[in-house]
Design a binder for this molecule. Sequence first.
Ligand code: ADQ
Length: 727
Amino acid sequence: MSRLIMISNRLPVSVSKENGELSFHSSVGGVATGIASLEDPKERLWMGWPGLANDQINKKEAEKIKKELKSRGCIPLFLSEQDIEEFYAGFSNKTIWPLFHYFSTKSSFRDEYWNTYKQVNQAFCDEIVKHITPEDQVWIHDYQLMLLPGMLREKMPDADIGFFLHIPFPTFELIRHLPWRMEILEGILGADLVGFHEYDYVRHFLSSVYRIAGHEHHLSELVVGDRLVRVDAFPMGIDYYKYANSFDLPEVKAQVNNYSTNKELRLIISVDRLDYTKGILERLLAYNTFLTENPHYHGKVSLMIIAVPSRTKVDDYAELRDQIEVTVGRINGEFSTVNWIPIQYLYRSLPFDQLAALYNIADVALITPLRDGMNLVAKEFVACQEHREEQGILILSEMAGAASELGESLVINPFDHRKLVNAIKDALEMPDKERKRRNKLMQKRLSRYTVGHWAEDFLKRLKEIKNKQEYSVTRRFIRKHRAEATLNYATAEKRLLLFDYDGTLVPFFKLPEQAFPDEEILGILEKLTNDPRNQVVIISGRDKDTLEKWVGHFPLALVVEHGAYVRNENGKWETMVAPENDWKKIVRPIFELYVDRTPGSFIEEKVYSLVWHCRKSEPDLAKLRTQEVKNALVDMTSNLNIGVFEGNKIVEVKDIGANKGQSIINWAGSDDWDFIFCAGDDYTDEDMFNALPEKAISCKIGMGPSNAVYRLDSPFELRAFLKSLIE
Ligand code: ADQ
């Protein structure tokens, strides 16, 4: 039976050891709550680090931990002190965390961190394969385990693997700093479904994947190897009613009564882990200015900073703690009176009842991270306002993922000191009716997309993409089909082999002249053309001189410029259609305009066509210009006997009298072949596939819609198949 296997750096149960005694604490974080509320009854397992270094426990204790955790549905993975230092504090929190939160100057790129990161990801992989079956659904979480999807994919090629990143995915300009950017992207792409909190992160990820790994996406789906991978946004929600109804809980009520002694004092709360991405210092400075500019608020407002200790072993965090404490001390020293302290500072984690009570009594929540993947505190605060008589209002940073769902809060740029100061005043002075109006809209949204809904949505989409993959792989020229074809080839006496050249026999290069045949393909062509049972034909859009020079020494037929010229195997050229080229005078200036506007692009002239190439141009600009050039051409060429075609990084305008389909009729039209194989990668090859008799095996190289019977991913896969024929 299929199970859900959750994998995260930390387990939802953590183990600690005090005075030689082990104790277990469940931390029902957001994700665990979401998973617990799934309606699907299938069994669940959770794998991760329980929080103790293996150097701190002996064998007997490790066994005890395993046994106890097993009873709670968890599998522990123990880390050594060195792993914690280099994998967790090091690569995860000193390399990835700052870089992905746009603090690139804090990022340190050290080989020993990277090596341990790889090792720990591998250890997770080795452990997990002992526990899973191919039917299980695997959901891997966060930036500590970005290599794991790829590692697991290698061991279990058909596994259902989802990956969710809880932090921002930054722009390509930052990702390119990372010396191991390719490995990280390939690791993530081992998943079938990759999820982020926000569409902006999806965009950044797809753009990095395109620029670094070269995979192009179509509507957020891309092909990696022979797998379809989907990338999508799943904004994580909260356990809404737990917060919205918290006021009715006696323990929360008791806490509220504890706090509410001075009804005159307006309360601003700030709740986060103590982290430089959270903007705590900037908040304090804004509050300082607010107090300076608004003396009438002295004694009437209080800011409560609740900072949860976090990553205390990382220097930046220790330094930030000092800075915050000095700043709090300075502001309190400057403004405090005998009966008023402007800032209360709590450096600790609060239990749920105390935190919920604060959410329930605060007038303002000041949540202004400099960058944040989502920020759940903002959502929790808004939920807690639902049943309040006088509701509080949220000031939220536009740099938090949550800002796209909480647009009715006071959204500010946390780097804009003036706006932050003004927002504090506006929030305190906003009429209750207005606070309620804004909160209501946000509450409605949050109550719909809860954390349970989030988990369900992600897992449903994972299933969908797996089903879609199955459908898309039926078209692949899989081992079984290839074996059948090889057998037919071996017994055939008369065989016709038709190949496109660029992107089919050889991969694409930045410049067309770089795509000359390498030794491997020359060897394959030599063997194929030496067999008297074979007729090999290469049909290409290229000009005749180039192909003659590259492969003309073999006894094969050549059809060039999409059928304009034909050479039989004896080397004699014939022209198929008389060129009619007046249209080029109209098209060339348009292409020239786009060459000027698109650095790296250029024009290639062939007898029957003009081609605008943009393979060397900046990819996103090339995409945009391709659409523009096509639009310009379609309007201007509608009265001419020419067609405009978009190919792989090209736009080609050609005489529609010349096409590859017509040009192969001479060969394919004859019905005395025992075996016909035809391969091509481009839109122009579709004419060829359509003109083939039914018994032919046609094969598209690469993705995209096609009339071919089968598909292979690359020229290298085609070469492997051709080698199996000749061997
Ligand atoms: P965090 O950076 O930890 O999480 P956030 O989402 O705000 O940020 O907080 C997570 C949880 O911590 C919240 O549920 C909150 O209640 C709790 N918490 C915060 N302060 C607390 C305190 N003083 N005492 C007790 N509990 C406290 C990362 C990403 C975020 C992303 C989450 C989830 O950095 O951007 O929203 O994962 O994906």
